[in-house]
Design a protein around this ligand. Sequence first.
Ligand code: GRF
Length: 195
Amino acid sequence: MTTKKRVAILISGRGSNMTALVEAARDPAYPAEIVGVFSNRADAPGLQYAWLAGIPTAVRSHKDFASREAFDAEIQSILDGWKAELVCLAGYMRILSHGFAQHWTGRMLNIHPSLLPLFKGLNPQQQALDAGVRESGCTVHWVIPDLDNGPPVLQRRVPVLPGDTADTLAARILAEEHVAYPQALAMVARGEASL
Ligand code: GRF
């Protein structure tokens, strides 16, 4: 078997997509391994799962750094320490510095709970309800310096149902995110998708 791609995951919170990636990577045939989880918040619930799973974790607060660039340089050195080849953003809530995004362009993915290019930014599920669309979903996309504008790797669709709230729609989309992200990462790790 060819060598697995070394993947680092950046989180800020719950970490359910991170968990989906870690679980997928338990399969010996999966083409990627999760070599570290970074969080910018010490209280991110996802950290505990990563720790219990035996995955190296690192936490830094931007408050301890003079600039966005300095903070991202620290993350870069952590990723270098893990010898990461790919980065997956999974609910990572900090804007990336241009230099960091540039460095990882073509090797960094994000997941967003809408069918991009629709409903970029915050609260995309509420945006979908407000727009009255009949269908929404999630997008795994390449991260480029221009936030939320990287090309999609794959999308999965869900219906918007009568009576949906942002929470019920988010839950339906999240179930598809947990399928989409492992699939997309596998495609990228195998070289079947590239920027
Ligand atoms: C997900 O809906 C993801 O699409 C968005 O932030 C949420 C993170 O959830 N970018 P989790 O931390 O992976 O559970």
